[in-house]
Design a protein around this ligand. Structure first.
Ligand SMILES: [Zn+2]
Length: 283
């Protein structure tokens, strides 16, 4: 056999080995049969040795001697990926990755659940706070409405004080026993709160006067009226018109003289403005 023929046979063998190695690697990668390529390579080399290998090598170039080695190395490398140990390690790695992924998934789910629970808790708290505030606002509004319902009104609209209570002067008591509101004659005079009229008529220095007994036991006196619109014994509601302001009796000009008495007697008086303010009147 010529050296050329030997080279041709070796080339064919190399091609077959490469094909087998590639197939083995492909099978191994596909997770199929574990294929011992190294044994096949040895067998191939044995077949090569079985012929006129030793004699023909003398005339053959170095290539055949080195090529099978490198081929064997390539096959051996392929064999690593095809070995049971490698496959097992790969399986273990895949399993570890899957486990880690599952754990991450569980942790993410737990975190999401905790976040949702926290959000729900916050929402519930916010709702409770809002409800509490709404209840508080409603309570305040109700209290305000109740206070407004109970609040006294001023005896005349837009009251302007022309003489304060308690000022020393030429009065019988030695001081001013009421508060004067400067109003034109004919201005409507209102009941500061509900009560019962105890007198409605002329009272000497007070001129035309209305006295109303209030629910708290006090008496409200409205003096110097030009007109009286109520009668003794009549119940009057808060804000009801009792008459019209004037300048009757001992009066130096048009005004309403207003008193709050603790009993229906001259001089038994308190500061009417203070009293009205204590009962919510705006002045
Ligand atoms: Zn007066």
């Amino acid at each position: 056999m010529s050296a050329f023929a030997v080279s041709g046979r070796i080339a064919q063998r190399r091609k077959r080995i490469a094909t087998v190695a590639a197939t083995a690697a492909a099978v191994a990668l596909a997770g199929g049969t574990v294929f011992t390529v190294s044994a096949y390579a040895d067998d191939t080399r044995a077949q090569l040795s079985g012929g006129n290998w030793s004699t023909e090598l003398t005339s053959a170039p170095k290539t055949p001697a080195t090529t099978p080695v490198s081929t064997t190395n390539a096959v051996a490398a392929s064999a690593v990926t095809a070995s049971p140990v490698w496959a097992a390690s790969q399986s273990a790695a895949t399993a570890a990755q899957a486990k880690a992924a599952a754990q991450a998934k569980v942790q993410a789910a737990a975190a999401a659940k905790a976040k949702a629970e926290a959000a729900a808790k916050d929402a519930a708290q916010a709702k409770a706070v809002a409800a509490s505030r709404a209840a508080e606002r409603a309570k305040l509004a109700a209290a305000k409405a109740a206070a407004a319902a109970k609040a006294y009104v001023t005896p005349v609209a837009h009251p302007t004080i022309s003489e304060n209570f308690g000022v020393p002067g030429p009065w019988a008591a030695g001081y001013h026993t009421g508060t004067d509101f400067a109003v034109n004659v004919g201005t409507a005079v209102h009941a500061v709160t509900s009560g019962t009229v105890v007198s409605a008529g002329w009272q000497n220095a007070y001129g035309n006067t209305v006295v109303v007994h209030l629910s708290d036991g006090r008496y409200a006196l409205y003096a110097h009226l030009s007109h009286i619109g109520v009668q003794a014994g009549q119940h009057v509601a808060k804000g009801a018109q009792l008459g019209k302001s004037g300048n009757t009796g001992n009066s130096t000009g048009p005004h309403l003289h207003f008193e709050i008495r603790t009993s229906n007697a001259y001089g038994a008086v308190v500061n009417p403005v203070t009293y009205l303010k204590q009962h919510g009147a705006s002045l």
